[in-house]
Design a protein around this ligand. Structure first.
Ligand SMILES: [Zn+2]
Ligand SMILES: [Zn+2]
Length: 178
């Protein structure tokens, strides 16, 4: 068990091994438990993240074909209730050495030729963020929170019902434009 946990922590590609034999396919099959996500992001990862696929070193570049399976949790964009998304998708990633000048950099990430390993963790976190809906809803007809008292209008209506009809700021604008 200890060995497995230690391996999870590194979450890194062994670049030395990859570069030894250009063209050799290295199989990736990793289970990352409790992937930490910076609180500045608007999502969290729940449970294991499973990353499967392969890596190959060719023409100084590192090419990865990955299948990523993860469960993400986000707040509903209207009522802040948890929205849980089961994700399962495929990604192709390309890393080119930082030192490669003059090359057209296309959609590639970079790595340093001095590095012996490449941590995939930040890329996995970034990819999860990129496939999530930036404005998720807990249900298509979510009524949201009352802007006056904060009541979750999916649970019950509040006494401020009259004021839900129009944003008071828009009302002011209407008066001005009259
Ligand atoms: Zn909602
Ligand atoms: Zn209210």
């Amino acid at each position: 068990m200890m060995d497995a946990e230690a391996r999870y922590e590194t979450m890194a590609l062994n670049l030395k091994k990859l570069r030894e034999v250009p063209g050799r396919v290295v199989v990736i099959n990793e289970l990352y438990p409790e992937l930490p996500v910076d609180p500045a992001h608007w999502f969290a990862v729940r449970g294991d993240v499973h990353v499967q696929g392969q890596a190959v070193h060719r023409d100084r570049g590192i090419f990865l074909d990955l299948r990523i399976q993860a469960t993400a949790v986000q707040p509903c964009s209207r009522c802040l209730t948890e929205v849980i998304s089961a994700l399962d998708w495929e990604e192709h990633l390309e890393f080119q050495p930082e030192e490669s000048e003059g090359l057209l950099q296309r959609e590639a990430f970079t790595y340093s030729l001095q590095d012996t390993e490449l941590s995939l963790q930040p890329y996995i976190v970034g990819l999860i963020g990129s496939v999530l809906d930036p404005k998720p809803l807990c249900r298509p007809d979510c009524k949201g929170l009352c802007p006056v008292c904060g009541q979750d209008l999916n649970i019950r209506d509040c006494g401020c019902a009259v004021r839900h009809e129009g944003d008071p700021r828009l009302q002011v604008l209407k008066e001005l434009l009259r």
